[in-house]
Design a binder for this molecule. Structure first.
Ligand code: FES
Ligand SMILES: [Fe+2]
Length: 344
């Protein structure tokens, strides 16, 4: 789907965030659409999180509308019951259970407060491929990490990816909070490692005001470093680092954006953030949550508006500039992952 090559949507043999730890229990399953498939998420009696295909093979009833019986899901329509491995263990109207009566069980890993799901070939699901939560500064000592919010966006996933890899929009869409003119005016340096694609902006002279001054407790001149690390295909980590000119770091925060395609034209968005200053100050946490919620709503509105524009445009085009380098390289990376799967 445009702006990816025709027929390209998302790679499947990858880890994606399926939800938050706190969403799951052994009382009520949760339904989430991921890579075009319904998924029923719940916990077994031992508290282990489980992800089953969310469509009952009998009559297509949503399996998330089940009753949890011990470790199994009992479909709310006619009572077919499926164990945590997806095998049917009971059909109330007959003794024989055909072998084809089963649902897929997806590998699921709980890490920090995120549930990571693998929708592709289960034999390839290597948890070592999940982005390093220490490197992301989610679980590192000295950092406070907060599970902030989630949204379902009515837009194709690539629009959110390219919102995140093109932060020159901060200066305009988020001018009232986290954007200053210098962000868009500063050249982005793009570098690739084996783990992420980094867009880097160094702003040598800014004066902190507004939101930044309030949470950092400092309103003087700073050097500002802004990084976006794209761990393809599912997570973007943004770093904002502020230091006194030529001197000590005042404070840093990171925003962790998990982008999980719900389908070709819908997107699950999970947002966490972490900081290494005033980590015991709940007032700072409240301010950051409030500001990020407003910022994300602006991004949701923007990507919805672009999606509507594209859908009404027979042959969408775009006019790219130098600042789009990070987005285009990120787009190519996703296309390479999809192409590699097809070749395999
Ligand atoms: S639809 Fe699930 S048991 Fe009939
Ligand atoms: Fe934004």
């Amino acid at each position: 789907m445009w702006p990816l090559q025709p027929g390209y949507d998302y790679p499947r043999n990858q880890w994606y965030v399926a939800g938050w730890s706190h969403e799951l229990n052994n009382q009520t399953p949760v339904e989430r659409w991921i890579l075009g498939e319904p998924v029923a998420l719940y916990r077994d009696e031992a508290g282990t999180p489980i992800a089953l295909e969310g469509r009952c093979p009998h009559r297509n009833y949503p399996l998330a509308r089940s009753i949890i019986r011990g470790n199994a899901l009992e479909c709310g329509y006619h009572g077919f019951t499926f164990g945590p491995d997806g095998a049917c263990v009971r059909i109330p109207s007959q003794v024989t259970i055909p072998a084809v009566c089963r649902v897929k069980a997806f590998p699921l890993v709980e890490k920090w407060q995120w549930l990571w799901i693998w929708m592709g070939d289960p034999a390839l699901a290597d948890p070592a491929m999940i982005p390093d939560h220490d490197e992301m500064k989610i679980t590192s000592p000295g950092w406070l990490a907060v599970a902030a919010l989630d949204r379902v966006l009515e837009c194709r996933p690539q629009l959110l990816h390219e919102n995140l890899t093109d932060i020159s929009h901060l200066s305009f869409l988020h001018a009232a909070t986290i954007g200053t003119e210098a962000v868009a005016a500063t050249k982005v340096e793009v570098t690739q490692t084996d783990r992420y694609l980094r867009g880097s902006r160094f702003i040598p002279g800014e004066t902190l005001t507004g939101f930044f001054a309030e949470v950092l407790g400092y309103d003087g001149p700073v050097e500002r470093l802004v990084l976006i690390d794209f761990y393809a295909p599912s997570v973007h980590v943004a770093l904002e680092s502020f230091r006194k000119p030529g001197g000590e770091v005042i404070g840093e925060f990171r925003v962790h954006h998990a982008v999980t395609p719900a389908g070709p034209d819908r997107t699950n968005y999970f947002l966490a953030w972490s900081r290494n200053f005033a980590t015991d100050n709940s007032q700072v946490t409240d301010i950051m949550n409030t500001v990020f919620e407003g910022v994300i709503q602006q991004d949701v509105d923007a990507t919805h508006a672009i999606e509507q524009m594209i859908r009404r445009t027979p042959n969408p085009t775009e006019l790219l500039v130098r600042a789009d380098e990070h987005s285009i390289k990120g787009r190519r990376w996703i296309e390479e992952l999809i192409a590699a799967e097809r070749t395999a």
